[in-house]
Design a protein around this ligand. Structure first.
Ligand code: GUN
Length: 301
C-alpha cells in the first residue's frame, strides 16, 4: 500500500476508531458493574469448521471479553439439523441472561439461513439481520443496524465527513451491506441526507455514476474494481472489500485486497479507507454497540 499519500488525502484509521469505541464501551461496562447493573452478554452460534467463520467468531468472543462483556460460544457440527438449531435459538430467545446473539453465516446448505434469521428474536438480533430490524431501518425507527453499515456510519461521524446534500454512490446491493447502506445514506439523519445511487452488476455506464459521486461506498467483492478514472477529485472513498488474493509478497501466499485500487485512487481522495485497517475492524465495534444497546434495552423495552 502507498503510504505516501498526497497532502490533503486523509487515511481513515478504522483500527484506531474501533479501539476508541471498545475503550468507551469498556468504561461503560465498568460503570454498569459499579452500579450493580446487568453485564451485557453476547452469545455466538458457530456451525461447522469453516476457517474464516472460526476466526471471525473467535475474535468476536475475544473482544467481548476484552471490554468486560460476558460471552458464550455455542458450537455445532456441520451435520446439525435445522430443527436442532431452531431449538437452540428458541432457548436463547427465552434466556433472560442473553442480551443479544448472532448465528455466524454462511450455514451449511441443508439449513435455511432465512428460517434461522427469522427465528431470532428481533430484540436480541445483534446482527440486525431480522426483517423486523431491516424494516425499522427503512422507516427510520430505532433498530439494530448490521455491523458493516453501522461501522461505516461511525467512521463518517468520527471523521466529521459532511454527508448532507452530497451524491453518494453505493456499489453492490447485498442484504447485509449495499442495500442497508444505501437506505442509511438517504435517511433524514445526522449522517445521511445524501442523494443515493445504488449501483450493481446490471448497472450500465457505472463510471458515469461514480464520477458524479462525492462519496463512493464500494461493496462489490471484486479486487481493485474501482480505479482512478472512476473517481472525482476530492471524493470520499469507503472500501468494504475483503478479497483474498494470491500474493508472492507474503509468507502465507495470500493477501487481502479491497474493492478499490488504493494506490492510484487514494491521491484523488479527500478521505479513503485502507484494506486492511479501514472498515473491517469497525464491524466488531458495531456488534459490541448493538449488544450494549440490547442489554440496556435502548431499542426495544
Ligand atoms: N458472515 C459474514 N459477515 C457476518 C456477520 O456480520 N454476521 C454473521 N452472523 N455472519 C457473517
Amino acid at each position: 500500500m502507498n503510504t505516501n499519500l498526497q497532502m490533503g488525502t486523509i487515511l481513515i484509521d478504522g483500527k484506531k476508531v474501533s479501539e476508541e469505541i471498545q475503550n468507551e464501551i469498556a468504561e461503560e461496562v465498568k460503570q454498569l458493574k459499579a452500579e450493580g447493573r446487568k453485564i451485557p452478554h453476547l452469545a455466538a452460534i458457530l456451525v461447522g469448521e469453516d476457517p474464516a467463520s472460526q476466526t471471525y467468531v473467535g475474535s468476536k468472543v475475544k473482544t467481548c471479553e476484552k471490554v468486560g462483556f460476558n460471552s458464550t460460544l455455542i458450537k455445532f457440527d456441520s451435520t446439525v439439523t435445522e430443527k436442532e438449531l431452531l431449538n437452540k435459538i428458541k432457548e436463547l430467545n427465552e434466556d433472560d441472561d442473553i442480551d443479544g446473539y448472532i448465528v455466524q453465516l454462511p450455514l451449511p446448505k441443508h439449513i435455511s439461513e432465512q428460517k434461522i434469521t427469522e427465528a431470532v428474536d428481533p430484540k436480541k438480533d445483534a446482527d440486525g439481520f431480522h426483517p423486523v430490524n431491516v424494516g425499522r431501518l427503512v422507516l427510520n425507527l430505532p433498530c439494530y443496524i448490521s455491523a458493516t453499515p453501522y461501522g461505516i456510519l461511525q467512521l463518517l461521524e468520527r471523521y466529521k465527513i459532511e454527508t448532507s446534500g452530497k451524491n453518494c454512490v453505493v456499489i453492490g446491493r447485498s442484504n447485509i451491506v449495499g442495500t442497508p447502506m444505501s437506505i442509511l445514506m438517504a435517511r433524514n439523519s445526522s449522517i445521511g441526507n445524501c442523494t443515493v445511487t445504488l449501483c450493481h452488476s446490471r448497472t450500465k455506464n457505472l463510471k458515469e455514476h461514480t464520477l458524479n459521486a462525492d462519496i463512493i461506498i464500494a461493496a462489490i467483492g471484486k479486487p481493485d474494481f474501482v480505479t482512478a478514472d472512476m473517481v472525482k477529485e476530492g471524493a470520499v472513498v469507503i472500501d468494504v472489500g475483503i478479497n483474498r488474493v494470491t500474493s508472492t509478497e507474503t509468507k502465507s501466499g495470500f493477501k487481502l485486497k479491497g474493492d478499490v485500487k488504493f494506490d492510484e485512487v487514494a491521491p484523488k481522495c479527500s478521505f479513503i479507507t485502507p484494506v486492511p485497517g479501514g472498515v473491517g475492524p469497525m464491524t466488531i465495534a458495531s456488534l459490541l454497540k448493538n449488544t450494549l444497546m440490547a442489554s440496556k434495552k435502548e431499542i426495544y423495552s
